[in-house]
Design a protein around this ligand. Structure first.
Ligand code: ADP
Ligand code: MG
Length: 360
């Protein structure tokens, strides 16, 4: 036993397709303490949602397969937990919020009834008790005129308000863990900030652990204490939020950070992105999956590096062979970057010459 609420070890979730297995989650390791607020970030398609769905045991069946690993939650391995017991975990001990509240809310039921449903099933509350608690919850998520609105239907609410209702439903039974998968992606920027603040504040007040999934590192600071960076189905870096922003140790994290727009940068400055695309998860490489996009890569990187703590830093882990803070490694990466810029220039000059000749 350990003092973690959630301990995911070597989780592999693959999808069987006609073309072979999609290695969606490919050996993921991380653990979360009670009350900890953790972000999982990474580009679209890197396995964030499938990790969350695996924890809830909601991965699409029968194509999705849990190939290996364990998911210890509150003392039990969820991968070994039968469906009947999982139903008590979902909505009871683990609450979940998805990107689009319209698809998760029932359009034919009042929001009050939808909040009360979980309370009656999981907490066995009476009709009266459930109604009272639903009203308190709606107030807690910042909805006014509750006694009227509790009888409204989802379509009568704005996107932000619907997401507040989702938060109320997810938190109704005092879960130990809240998983929010891109909860604000469908909302406009000001509402986004309010909802994130609400989620973060409520988790703090109730001592609920949080997994916030997002492709946008910009929303992480101020919302979570820790960040887990995923790439191609693997965890490549894991550190406290402060440490990750100040001292990123994986070249991919560095790339992600430099694509976050900063208020103090010139407005028209080109948004830097990481060149190239992630590998095909049907045929993932044996070594580090970031190699084709990485200027720091060397021969050793064709062997997958282990996810290990930095020397003397138990709370900062990275899966990367080179030390990217080393000046020699930086000079090497800069030479490789320059060489690529030159090669691209030559290639485009050739193309320009070809085009000019065609015109003759
Ligand atoms: P994200 O990080 O954007 O949430 P996902 O976890 O949704 O990414 O997906 C990870 C990978 O798994 C992607 O390559 C995706 O195409 C693949 N995938 C997800 N669901 C399925 C499915 N039902 N069948 C086959 N492949 C899937
Ligand atoms: Mg997703």
């Amino acid at each position: 036993m350990n003092d973690y609420l959630l301990d995911v070890q070597d989780l592999k979730t693959y999808f069987k397709t006609k073309a072979g297995y999609v290695h969606a989650v490919d050996g993921v390791n991380f653990a979360i303490k009670p009350g900890e607020k953790v972000a999982i970030v990474g580009e679209s398609g890197c396995g964030k949602s499938v990790t969350a769905l695996s924890i809830m045991k909601l991965v699409e069946q029968p194509s999705g397969e849990y190939m290996s690993g364990s998911i210890f939650f509150d003392g039990q391995d969820l991968l070994d937990t039968p469906e009947s017991a999982m139903r008590k975990v979902r909505g009871g001990k683990i609450g979940m919020i998805f990107q689009d509240p319209m698809t998760s809310l029932n359009p034919t039921m009042t929001v009050g009834k939808q909040i009360e449903e979980g309370l009656r099933i999981h907490l066995k509350l009476s009709e009266d008790q459930a109604r009272k608690r639903a009203m308190t919850l709606l107030e807690q998520v910042g909805i006014s005129a509750v006694s009227e609105r509790i009888n409204s239907y989802p379509h009568q609410f704005s996107g932000g308000m619907r997401q507040r209702v989702m938060i109320a439903i997810a938190l109704a039974c005092n879960p130990k863990l809240l998983i929010a998968d891109e909860p604000t992606t469908a909302l406009d920027v000001t509402v986004q900030a309010q909802i994130l603040e609400l989620i973060s504040g409520i988790c703090e007040d109730f001592g609920t652990s949080l997994i916030l999934i997002t492709h946008d590192l910009g929303v992480v600071a101020g919302t979570t204490n820790r960040v887990i960076v995923m790439y191609a189905g693997k965890v490549v870096e894991d550190a406290t939020t402060e440490e990750l922003f100040a001292n990123p140790r994986h070249p991919y994290t560095r790339g992600l950070l430099s694509s976050v727009p900063r208020l103090d940068e010139v407005r028209h400055a080109e948004l830097r992105t990481i060149e190239g695309t992630p590998p095909d998860l049907l045929n993932p490489p044996k070594g580090c999956p970031f190699v084709p996009r990485c200027y720091f890569a060397r021969a050793i990187c064709n062997t997958m590096p282990p996810l290990e703590a930095l020397p003397k830093m138990a709370t900062h882990r990275k899966a990367c062979w080179p030390d990217i803070t080393d000046q020699k490694e930086q000079a090497y990466a800069e030479r490789r970057r320059q060489a690529r810029v030159e090669a691209q220039k030559t290639a485009s000059e050739e193309a320009a010459q070809k085009a000019a000749q065609k015109a003759l």
